[in-house]
Design a protein around this ligand. Structure first.
Ligand code: UT7
Length: 324
């Protein structure tokens, strides 16, 4: 049996940290009221990282990928496929993945972007798993990278306080020992309007809204429901008792969603990796960023069973159970 194993991980955060108080002061200059209290109580977010104008998504993707490659011991020239999960590509085309391929000198690799909003990293891992298990690729680099600050309406306090920029990467390889045990990805396009950036180019104009628009309460309710359901589904698929999981890494959007999920699954909060306080919601980058924090601080170890989950625009969601 061939498994897809995570053999390296890396992350990148821009140098500028914006605290809730910094952001509240900045918004107040434009007559928009928010506060550290409101943001912390409703979301758990205390700060976010914001990339400078000249730092684009591919830059952050490359930095996280370099770290993951070093961690894996695999050379860029041995990578067969690069998938970049992003909703904020550098441009329409070439894909951000092709820019990354060139900057890494990963000359053998096929490269493409995958867009599934905040579920993009889970969708990409699941895709990578299919390539590896079918024998079409041996080594795959999967990156989640976002410059969400570009698509935020800084006059809309209900969304602009929620997101941040950053990138995270995994190097995956075929293994006979262990790796991904089960995965599932799902979508429901009939509720796409609850979270969207509808803007698009049309004959030289941008038609539609170029900013994130969200019905926060609908997203919240749907997120809790689908995260619980898909966590149970991947465990059933792999015949794994949910209580035997060492670490839960859900998409980092809101601490209240994570706490509600932990209650509904009957799993202690202590088993959940939380980075939303420091990174805010970095969309497709949130899972690898959180994973790397827990790996570097020694929580995630070889042999651990880890559940990772994404949910977001589309509406999309997915879960993946992996033995490290
Ligand atoms: O990555 C994709 C996944 N995204 C998510 O998972 C987001 C899910 N949704 C949420 O996390 C929450 O719904 C929010 C954090 C977005 C909002 O929390 P909420 O408890 O649902 O608040 P609300 O939208 O019901 O707003 C409550 C009040 C409103 O004022 P009124 O109408 O009660 O007077 C808002 O205008 O809070 C007001 N409000 C704010 N006040 C201060 C909204 N944004 C802010 C703000 N600062 N930044």
């Amino acid at each position: 049996m061939i498994y897809t194993r995570i053999v390296g991980s890396g992350s990148f955060l821009p140098s500028t940290v914006v605290s809730n108080n910094d952001l509240a002061k900045d918004l107040l200059c434009r007559g928009i009221h928010t506060s550290d209290d409101w943001i912390v109580q409703r979301t758990g977010i205390k700060q976010r990282y914001v990339a400078d104008v000249d730092v684009n998504t591919s830059h952050m993707a490359v930095e996280s990928a370099r770290m993951a490659l070093i961690d894996s011991g695999i050379d860029a020239s041995d990578i067969d496929l690069i998938i970049v999960a992003t909703s904020t590509p550098d441009c329409v085309f070439p894909s951000t993945a092709c820019v990354v391929q060139s900057k890494l000198n990963a000359s053998r690799a096929a490269a493409f972007d995958l867009q599934a909003a905040c579920s993009g990293f889970i969708y990409s891992l699941s895709t990578a798993e299919s390539f590896i298990c079918s024998g079409k690729a041996k080594n795959v680099l999967v990156i989640g990278a976002e410059k969400f600050s570009r698509i935020l309406d800084w006059n809309d306090r209900s969304t602009c306080v929620l997101f941040g920029d950053g990138a995270g990467a995994f190097v995956l390889t075929a293994s006979y020992d262990c790796g991904i045990l089960s995965s599932c990805i799902s979508s429901d396009g009939s509720i796409s309007d609850i979270l969207s950036v509808s803007g698009h180019f049309d004959r030289g104009n941008v038609n539609g809204c170029p900013f994130v628009r969200m019905d926060g309460q609908s997203v919240f309710k749907n997120a809790v429901y689908v995260l619980e359901e898909s966590a149970r589904a991947v465990c059933d698929k792999a015949c794994v008792d949910i209580n035997s999981i060492n670490w839960f890494i859900p998409h980092q959007a809101n601490i209240r969603i994570i706490k509600m999920l932990s209650r509904r699954l009957g799993i202690s909060n202590d088993k959940f990796v939380i980075t939303v306080d420091k990174h805010a919601n970095t969309s497709a980058a949130s899972i690898p960023l959180a994973f790397n924090v827990a790996k570097l601080d020694g929580r995630i170890k070889n042999g651990d069973l880890v559940l990772i989950q994404g949910v977001g625009g589309g509406f999309t969601w997915g879960s993946l159970l992996v033995r490290i």
